[in-house]
Ligand binder design. Structure first.
Ligand code: PRP
Ligand code: MG
Length: 237
């Protein structure tokens, strides 16, 4: 007697379409504006509502039917990519320095969003590196606790961190801290709040980042995206 066999479909490896579009995480704000020409050049331009301020949507299709864009906070780009929720992303080197996620591979410096992570203090106070040498601790407001602790520890100073997520320029004038550590681009935010830059910790630019597991499971598609960015960079003036 023959046992009925289940109706098996021939085995086949899942194709790209079966797994849906790849997800590119982009940071809101100035990096998003700076990266737009590169996305256009690479054939990955997101739908126009992604760049406007009117839409409350967070996920957008792009010119490439196999690529969607999500718009998140710059620190969260790294979290989305490290967790695999987004396959690739663009974020500042400051974010990578702060978190140091082992799941993230950063193959390309995009050369955009150039700025620096710096220490600033009230413009009215003197800055004397000799005086820093006498400090054992200092209170610092920042969204970069790890970078800040490392910078001051290398100078023998214990940084007591006031962890803020924005507007840290207010901290010295409101008595929360003596110093701040933040991004400086034009310096106008510091000036507008009575502060001045006293030490540059590091210069940074934006990086293309990739989830390492995604790179192994969808190598052709992700490799094509990385090449798309590389070619767009070479073609840009
Ligand atoms: C960033 C940064 C500084 C400012 C520096 O803030 O935190 O405040 O830009 O730029 P500038 O030197 O050209 O003035 P952003 O406006 O991105 O907002 P956030 O701090 O709320 O994230
Ligand atoms: Mg700010």
């Amino acid at each position: 007697m023959t046992v009925p066999q289940p109706d098996l479909q021939p085995a086949r490896s899942p194709g790209a379409q079966d797994r849906g579009p790849l997800v590119l995480a982009l940071p809101k704000g100035r990096i998003l504006k700076a990266v737009t020409p590169l996305l256009d050049q690479a054939g990955m331009a997101p739908s126009p509502d992604c760049l406007g301020d009117n839409s409350r949507k967070l996920r957008f299709p792009t010119q490439n039917p196999m690529l969607d864009v999500v718009r998140v906070r710059s620190f969260d780009v790294a979290t989305f990519v490290a967790s695999g929720g987004a396959h690739i992303g663009i974020c500042g080197a400051d974010v990578l320095m702060e978190f140091d996620y082992p799941e993230i591979y950063a193959p390309l410096d995009l050369g955009i969003g150039g700025c620096r992570v710096s220490v600033a203090q009230p413009a009215s106070l003197p800055h004397d590196p000799q005086e820093w040498a006498r400090w054992s601790e200092v209170r610092v407001a920042t969204k970069y606790p790890a970078i800040t602790r490392r910078f001051f520890a290398a100078r023998g100073i214990n940084a007591n961190i006031v962890h803020l997520h924005g507007a840290m320029e207010l901290a010295p004038m409101l008595g929360l801290s003596r110093l701040i550590v933040d991004l400086v681009d034009t310096g106008s935010t510091l000036r507008a709040n009575g502060l001045r830059e006293v030490e540059t910790i590091t210069h940074i630019t934006s990086r293309l980042i990739v989830n390492r597991t995604a790179l192994k499971t969808r190598p052709e598609e992700i490799g094509a995206l990385i090449n798309g960015f590389r070619n767009a960079l070479e073609a840009s003036p």
